[in-house]
Design a protein around this ligand. Sequence first.
Ligand code: SF4
Ligand code: SF4
Length: 190
Amino acid sequence: MSSDQVATGVINLSEGDSSLANEIKELGGEELMECIQCAKCAAACPMVLAGFPFFNKRIIQAIFLGLRDALLDDSSIWACQSCNRCTEVCPREVNPFEIIQAMRRVAIREFALPTLSIEGLKSLYDTGHAVYLAGAGNTRAKVGLPEKPPSTVANPEALKELQAVIRKTALADLGIIPMDESGVKETCEV
Ligand code: SF4
Ligand code: SF4
């Protein structure tokens, strides 16, 4: 079932993938079935204001309906800002944020990643930050900050540990990130 079919409002439930909900539960969305679709999470979610076709409540609804292809064809699951407002307001302790993370894991398994996310993952491996401005050192210094933030960028040993962990994930199997085992790369220098 495609995102076009969802956009037109025509959903053939017989084409739904009934295995999707179980996959989500196995990948971290254990409380999925507790959702009563009350929409409190949607009222708190910045993805709604940004106009994404799918957001926390609708992503959960789509999982219930088995709309695997529609969710993977659309980039909405990558728009979550990890603010966790949804987690705070949910009356059923569903943890919608974790449901979205589980759906991202499904997408990674199927290599359904938008280009921007691949760039973010490459940056995460190289620096420890999904978004990192390598040339920001001078600007930081001008406002009295250390040129490198107090993170993996300034801690090569921590970055090596992070890279070792990432090399053990499904990302390594997919081969989308060049993973250099020799250690911290030049790209993390500011
Ligand atoms: S996840 Fe929680 S807040 Fe969101 S619709 Fe389901 S029950 Fe309501
Ligand atoms: S964590 Fe994601 S889904 Fe939850 S409110 Fe924030 S942006 Fe929305």
